[in-house]
Ligand binder design. Structure first.
Ligand code: ZN
Ligand code: ZN
Length: 256
């Protein structure tokens, strides 16, 4: 069984054929899927779709959406979770994205901190999104993270040195379709060096489809291409990688 740790199955890109997409996911051996929220409304939608199809969901405010975040993030999360039929598996996407800068860095940092503090208080794992902001990302972790917490840096695309730095916080690395791209040498090296203990698998669908589906709408079933690439990089049979990454994900998301 494969654990798909990061998807946006509730995205409108799947409105026309969600049922078929999820059937293909089951056929591909995917046992669990986390459909990840990017703001309060999107997280509510994630919860609805999770409820309808037996998936897991998360509640979060993506750094792109930080500018529209509620002033009182914990109160808003508490209200949303109290109204939900099932609790979220994690908090996130939370983090920093200085590549697009849809929100100014200060707002992103404030909302990232608020979500870490919320997760710490309510004992949720955290799904982090980070792009082109490594220094600030690590600085905030140093200030806000505690060793009891669990989290994943989703869509990890860094190098071996960054992987080591994140591992020091006890974070897992979410490996997605980019690892299958020819020009992803540094990332491939980082995955090879990280070993099976620190990796979980994801698609981030509908974005970032792996080779040979690159450029198409991504979907959970395509995670098998990422699995095969990771297995090759680690010199391990795909079944072993599926099992180990599934166990890692169970550990990451276990309810404490
Ligand atoms: Zn993301
Ligand atoms: Zn995502």
């Amino acid at each position: 069984m494969i654990f798909e740790t990061h998807a946006h199955v509730h995205d409108a890109a799947f409105d026309a054929d969600r049922e078929n997409v999820l059937q293909r996911a089951r056929d591909a051996g995917i046992g669990r899927i986390v459909t990840v929220g990017c703001d309060l409304r999107d997280s509510r939608r994630a919860c609805e779709v999770a409820q309808q199809y037996g998936l897991e969901w998360s509640i979060g405010i993506h750094p792109h959406e930080a500018k529209d975040a509620p002033l009182d993030v914990p109160a808003a999360f508490d209200r949303a979770i109290a109204a939900a039929p099932s609790p979220p598996l994690a908090v996130g996407e939370a983090g920093l994205d200085y590549y697009y800068r849809h929100s100014v860095p200060e707002a992103q940092q404030t909302v990232m901190r608020a979500q870490i503090r919320y997760a710490r208080a309510r004992k949720f794992p955290v799904i982090f999104h980070h792009r082109d902001a490594f220094e600030d990302f690590v600085r905030i972790l140093t200030e806000e993270w505690d060793g009891e917490m669990r989290g994943v840096v989703h869509c990890f695309t860094g190098n071996a040195a960054e992987a080591t730095e994140l591992a020091a916080f006890g974070l897992w690395l979410g490996i997605g379709g980019i690892v299958t791209f020819k020009n992803a040498r540094a990332l491939q090296e980082a995955v090879g060096g990280a070993g099976l203990g620190r990796i979980v698998l994801e698609t981030d669908c509908p974005y970032l489809a792996p080779v040979p589906q690159r450029g198409r709408r991504n979907e959970p079933a395509y995670i098998v291409h990422t699995l095969e690439t990771v297995a090759r990089l680690l010199g391990a049979p795909p079944a072993d990688v599926a099992r180990a990454t599934h166990e890692n994900a169970e550990q990451l998301f276990r309810r404490s």
